[in-house]
Design a protein around this ligand. Structure first.
Ligand code: NAD
Length: 477
């Protein structure tokens, strides 16, 4: 059982007068973590303390901040086993995936430690007697508000980039993975100057108090509805907002592709991490010519997945994060079936403890169904049959979200049309996951705004100043 503590103004165990939350293992319902809840007053005090230390950290040499981030990466690496076990216990994902998330987080910390000190501003071609340049400076105090679905990797990105660029950071992990956030904050705090990082725990009300507080940046990775509330709160304070939010990513399966290979890709995209990935495959538009063979192969793959608790090394499909989320997933599936769709695999609530949900394939879906248009965030593959690649692209583009999309095709001209025409941040051709290191995109529409990843995230946490210097009176110094 984890007993989580807050870190406010460099003091562990501070505050928590807002009550206590208990997190339960989604595999069996046993309690895993007890968590203090911050009050609005404690959030205010934490922001004030962060304001106090921010100038000192901003004035620290960039190379020294980078060295601290390298030490932070070492500390997270040293805690990797413990962190991965906490992720699995709190949100249920298979342990190997949880370890992968921690490794990704360590890699991101190291990348930012290397990149930050070599990313300067630029000099300008002003008059011969003057000096003109542009210099990035830390923004001040950053609130980092994060989700539960890949908690270490996502948090390391925001925390690493905000800290190494010289900001004081208030970290609010998800109330579904607070012990994971606590273990991460403990590892980072060991190697950072006191007070540079604070940890506040609790639910939406704690995030809302932070987002409406006296901070300079609110960085939120999470649901679209939350992102919109944060943007509204920040509009009242003038804080900059960085949002990496939900999606309903399409997968287009073109005529002429191998249906069995396409089904492997679809299964990976829809069922990995029980569908709880921001860029999971959320809806499938398959060409009529290959639809039948594709669906048969997808059903076989769905039914072959080994279901179990994340701590069992044989498990391929763990539980959903909790029963509240399972109700949301099952609600969308049953509404689609009531609207004329058909279950080909899964879609039935299992007996027994925990928040398990089977890999589900739903056919005869229509583009306008909620299951297709909205984010489900579960192991569900809704299939819509289309008659042409143009129809598939039109449907894929018609979405309130714009995070990512995948197209499976043997046609280079279709691949070219896909990346040019789809209004999303990331387009993948012939692979549902993957991409070169350092790749970053700006999500569109309800999926957010700004760069949440990659080298460009460093720029999001700095403000660029233009400087013009002349000698006094037009003469000499
Ligand atoms: P969520 O928005 O409910 O919670 C995320 C964080 O926001 C939590 O710490 C929560 O306490 C806080 N929060 C909730 N309400 C708040 C409010 N009114 N003001 C301020 N903070 C508030 O999201 P979630 O359920 O934890 O995460 C799942 C969502 O995250 C999915 O929609 C998924 O697509 C998205 N996600 C997106 C990305 C991306 O990069 N685009 C990555 C991972 C997850």
């Amino acid at each position: 059982m984890y007993t989580v503590a807050q870190l406010i103004g460099g003091v562990w165990g501070a505050g928590g007068a807002g009550g206590e939350l208990v997190v339960r293992d989604p595999a069996d319902g046993h309690p895993v973590s007890t968590v203090p809840v911050a009050t609005a007053d404690e959030v205010g005090k934490a922001v004030e303390a962060a304001r106090g230390v921010a100038p000192g950290w901003a004035a620290t040499d960039p190379a020294e901040r980078a060295a601290a981030l390298h030490r932070a990466a070492d500390a997270v690496q040293a805690a990797a086993q413990e962190l991965a076990a906490a992720v699995t216990a709190e949100m249920g994902k298979p342990l190997a995936d949880a370890r992968g998330g921690v490794e990704a987080g360590v890699g991101t910390l190291r990348q930012y430690a290397e990149l930050a000190p070599v990313r300067g501003g630029r000099t300008l071609l002003g008059g011969a007697e003057s000096i003109d340049f542009m210099a990035p400076q830390p923004r001040g105090v950053v609130a980092a508000i994060t989700p539960w679905n890949d908690p270490v990797a996502v948090s390391c990105g925001l925390l690493g980039a905000a800290l190494v660029t010289g900001n004081a950071v208030l970290y609010k992990p998800s109330e579904r993975t607070p012990a994971t956030g606590w273990l991460l904050a403990r590892a980072l705090d060991e190697v950072l100057p006191p007070g540079v990082l604070s940890l506040l725990t609790g639910g939406a009300e704690v995030g809302a108090a932070l987002a409406g507080g006296d901070v300079d940046v609110v960085a939120h990775v999470g649901a679209t509805a939350t992102g919109r509330q944060i943007a509204a709160a920040a509009a009242r304070t003038g804080a900059k907002v960085l949002l990496e939010n939900g999606g309903s990513d399409p997968l287009v399966v073109d005529a002429g592709v191998d249906p069995v290979w396409a089904a492997e890709q679809a299964a990976l995209g829809a069922f990995a991490n029980a569908g709880q990935i921001c860029v999971a495959v959320e809806r499938i538009y398959v060409h009529r010519d290959v639809a039948e063979d594709f669906v048969d192969a997808l059903v076989r793959r769905a039914e072959a997945l080994r279901v179990g608790p994340g701590r069992d090394p044989a498990t391929e499909l763990g539980p959903l994060v909790d029963r509240r989320h399972r109700d949301h997933v099952h609600g969308q599936v049953t509404a689609a079936v009531a609207g004329g769709a058909r279950l080909r695999a899964g879609g039935v609530l299992p007996d027994g403890p925990g928040a398990f949900y089977p890999a589900t394939v739903v056919v005869d879906c229509r583009h306008e169904m909620t299951l297709v248009r909205e984010e489900t965030f579960g192991p569900v593959a809704p299939v819509v049959v289309v008659d042409s690649f143009s129809e598939a692209l039109r449907c894929a583009a018609d979405s309130p979200y714009g995070l990512a999309a995948t197209v499976l095709t043997g046609s280079m001209s279709h691949a070219q049309r896909a990346w040019r025409e789809l209004p999303v941040g990331t387009v993948k051709v012939n692979a549902v996951f993957g991409g070169a290191p350092g790749g970053a995109a700006q999500p569109r529409r309800g999926s957010g705004q700004g760069f949440g990843y990659g080298p460009e995230l460093l720029d999001e946490f700095t403000a660029t100043k233009a400087v013009h210097i002349e000698a006094p009176g037009g003469g000499h110094w």
